[in-house]
Design a protein around this ligand. Structure first.
Ligand code: BQF
Length: 308
């Protein structure tokens, strides 16, 4: 039992991401050693959004680290939906490509849902295809989106009990919040090994007072909104586990450059929480590590390896 006067334990996403990458590297060496082709990830990026470019770079670096071969297809901002669909189709049909991702967000005029659904479910290492989200919702095996898988892995490796506990997920994006809520509420006995929590989902139309009330009951708060300072000390039950998925770039007074912040008022919330993820260095690196795991698993399934 941890007391309210103690500072929260910081959940070190960089450390766990490093562990996961090491595990992937070892499994990959075994897979390739058994005569299989080196797994390959292709990332498509449309336009020149600096944050997106950074994310793709992090993914390519992680690929190098674990031994996945990779390629970035950088398309101009003027790319049409039809052109993008054509490239996806080509890569879907290229059996050298095991994993295929399209970096989000996409420029205006391109429908993200159509694009995510166009990526073949077997190569959809982001897990954003309707088949993979549908499978997850139905407790069937498929590819689980990397950020939700990263959140789950952090909770597991820090021995955070979720069974029968109250969890709140704040945000309702289809790629992050919804799959996190699905994993948290699902049955631990089924194929996707849910976490058996009692889950409440809050979003932009949850009145602030209601949000505070729900959060104060929560043993686990997962916040994925992108609103710095949303979660304050008064909203947190002593000893609760705080998972901050938010990422915002704000000007850093000290350096004059930009810095990353999450949705949690970190300095005050850590005085009351039991565990807390920092930003940067919390969920973010886990997203990239779990993408590596998804890519290796996709290559294994495509090679007909039942053993994932
Ligand atoms: C860190 C993402 C919003 C929209 C699209 C490490 C990443 C971020 C932070 C990263 C993210 C966020 C990614 C840190 C990938 C996570 O040290 O804290 C890694 O690369 N991410 C993305 O691909 O698309 C996004 C957030």
């Amino acid at each position: 039992m941890r007391f309210a006067s103690n500072m929260a334990q910081i959940i070190d996403g960089n450390r766990i991401a490093n562990e996961v990458r090491c595990e992937v590297r070892l499994q990959l060496e075994k897979f390739v050693g058994a005569g299989n082709r080196v797994p390959h990830l292709t990332a498509i990026i449309v336009g020149e959004d600096p944050a997106s470019q950074t994310y793709v770079e992090k993914k390519i670096i992680a690929c190098k680290e674990v031994g996945i071969s990779s390629e970035t297809k950088a398309l101009p901002i003027t790319t049409t939906q039809e052109e993008l669909l054509k490239l996806i189709d080509e890569l879907n049909n290229d059996d050298k490509v095991n994993g295929l991702l399209v970096q989000l967000p996409l420029p205006a005029g391109i429908d993200e849902r159509i694009i995510c659904n166009a990526v073949s479910a077997a190569k959809d290492v982001d897990g954003f295809n309707e088949l993979n989200i549908g499978r997850l919702a139905l407790d069937m095996k498929g590819i689980v989106p990397a950020t939700p898988l990263g959140v789950k892995t952090l909770l597991e490796r820090y021995n955070i009990n979720t069974f029968g506990r109250n969890a709140v997920v704040i945000g309702r994006s289809k790629n992050v919040s919804l799959p996190i809520a699905i994993l948290l509420h699902s049955d631990g006995r089924n194929a996707t090994k849910g976490m058996d929590a009692t889950v409440t989902i809050c979003h932009r139309y949850t009145p602030p007072k209601e949000l505070t009330r729900v959060c104060r009951q929560a043993d686990i708060i997962v916040v994925a909104v992108g609103k710095p300072g949303l979660i304050t000390k008064d909203m947190v039950k002593p000893g609760a586990c705080i998972i901050d998925v938010g990422i915002s770039r704000i000007p850093d007074e000290a350096t004059g450059k930009f810095k990353l912040v999450g949705d949690v008022e970190f300095d005050e919330v850590r005085e009351v929480a039991g565990h807390i993820t920092p930003v940067p260095g919390g969920v973010g690196p886990m997203t990239v590590a779990m993408l590596m795991k998804n890519t290796l698993n996709a290559a294994k399934s495509q090679a007909g390896c039942a053993d994932k």
